[in-house]
Write a protein that binds this ligand. Sequence first.
Ligand SMILES: Nc1ncnc2c1ncn2[C@@H]1O[C@H](COP(=O)(O)OP(=O)(O)OP(=O)(O)O)[C@@H](O)[C@H]1O
Length: 696
Amino acid sequence: MTGLFPPTRSGRPRRTASAARGLVAGHALGNVSPGHQTAIAHSHERCAALGLSRIERPDHALIGMSDLAVARDRNFRLYAHAAPVMEMLHEQITNTDSMVVLTDATGTILHSIGDAEFLGKASKVALQPGANWSEGNKGTNAVGTALVDEVPTLVHAEEHFMHANHFLTCSAAPILDPRGNILGVLDVSGEQRSYHQHTMALVKMSARMIENHWLTDDYRHVMRLHFHHRADYIGTLMEGILAVAPDGKIVGANRGALDQLGLSGAALRMHSLASLFGIAVGALVDRFRSPLAVPMPVHLPNGRPFFVYARFNWPVWTSVAEAADQALSSSTAPVEDARLRSPPPAPVSPREVGGLAALETGDSQLEAVIGKVRRVLDRDIPVLILGDTGTGKELLARAIHEASARRHQPFVAVNCAAIPENLIEAELFGHEEGAFTGARRKGAVGKILQASGGTLFLDEIGDMPLAFQARLLRVLQERQVTPLGSSKALAVDVALVCATHRNLRDMMDAKQFRDDLYYRLNGLAVRMPCLSERSDLPVLVERILTQQQAGRRLSLSASVAAMFQAYHWPGNVRQLFNVLRTAAVMAPDESVITEAHLPDDFLEDVRRSSPVQRTVMAATPSVSPSLSMLGTVPTWPAGSTMAASGAATEARSLQDMEIDAIRQAVEQAGGNISEAAKRLGVSRNTIYRKLRWREG
Ligand SMILES: Nc1ncnc2c1ncn2[C@@H]1O[C@H](COP(=O)(O)OP(=O)(O)OP(=O)(O)O)[C@@H](O)[C@H]1O
């Protein structure tokens, strides 16, 4: 695995007593490199400079269940990619007194799997979900030090800064996205006597596996070029993978690619297939459209030989190639693309299936919205989407991107309500190395630059902190962004779509939202209608049921249809979607959904929502057993904090009660934010926002 990762920090450290102790442990491993010793020594110096104590009881504070749930939800995609790899890794280390740990980019443990006995020991030093293992909290340790140095890191026994952790041996590798940002850390920790030199290699390979899955998923709609200087290494963890846009530009790369080509991610993104390997996209399409194609020999400009193998998703690639053809005919296309040929057209254009057409279900208000949006497509006019929670604002934003000429470039969604206020600037603008306390060593590309060439979706824009609004406005006006800690402004080209459920005009009156930013964002403002105002409920139901159950015909009983029509749907399409999804699962062998298949909390809400709906339910001919039981089931508000608080209400603010109800719902849903949102009939964003306010 030599040369797979960038070198560790250079420069000789001043040796401290702590570093010397680290070296003793290092020698005990028998195979440590001087680089390892240097990294440990540097880390100990950082901890000493932070004033951390070796002997005091380390801070064992865990974040609350709901905060952990928020962290897990935010990192859901990371977990989805990491979970199978963690399982596999755990199988390799089972019965070795150890555990597999996944943390987010701040070092907070999201998940762990391990031998039961060792998990118990680990929890005594808070090596468990909810604990933060950054260096600042836990001193030198594999997770925290890997996050600082951004390289795989082994910390063994006394190399840990804090005495309490000396019983551990930990091997951690950072997980990077295709643009080089740290997503999190994968770690194997165990009893120090269980140390095995192969563990680190396993962890590195596992992290690489997660990165490769992530890249393939991110760029599933564009061509992926797999390469290695040995043809038989293609398809292994050693291969390089490049994501290639239809115009031949390199838009993403895995670590194997950077290492083999000896280029940084930024340098690689300046290249195209032609400048790198001297080949055109069209040549690859021609060659690799056959399933029997074998790797093709190519050369770098310096003569280094490689073998490449291209993969693309045919139906989607069809439209990609068409797009490139259009680009070629309408611009001064580079010679490299002249050979691009379009495969036969797909029967249905993916652009229409996934784009705005998918949202047309016959409601006149919605059709007016879509008509307006279509007129401003590709015209550099920012779109502001207003509407209540769950009305489909994000879905519309994605559809706008899919329908635009930018659809093969990134769609980057930023939930302004979910980012802590003090991080919003770094998150959007990016930062240079060490730009602020806790900043990552190599810096990070901000979301605005990540969206370059594509669409930036600022969700919950009404929650953008006032102090930051002027800065954002400047970026939008000047079309330049200056990462924190940098003096260099970088040009940005993004299509802007924003959304909010708030009333921005009221916020402007209250001086909570800047007028000038409002007018800059509001090239075209459209309002997504509430579900209760829409006339297309039956079509929407049918579409959602078809989406859920391809090939199965499922419809609503007359009474359920009447109930749906009369209900006010406070959670809008999201709530409808969730109710139907549950009902479809509850009715696996039936063709008609009745009340018996509907979630109890939904029926409860229908029952108490309005006299009209109660009448509909009472008049329902086929009252199901679950419905008839409702009268005996205590209503959830009666047992909840809200109704039970009585006199205490005066002493507690409404906001506190609301937060309590949210926290309670999150706990009851086992930490699943989506589930809690469903139960409360609010959006996930609302939960994020409310919890953040609480923290602030
Ligand atoms: N036209 C539709 N067809 C099918 N499902 C839809 C449709 N519109 C919305 N949904 C469902 O509702 C959910 C919520 O949509 P979306 O996230 O776009 O709403 P939103 O208005 O952005 O919500 P919030 O303001 O709470 O973020 C989606 O995940 C999807 O499941």
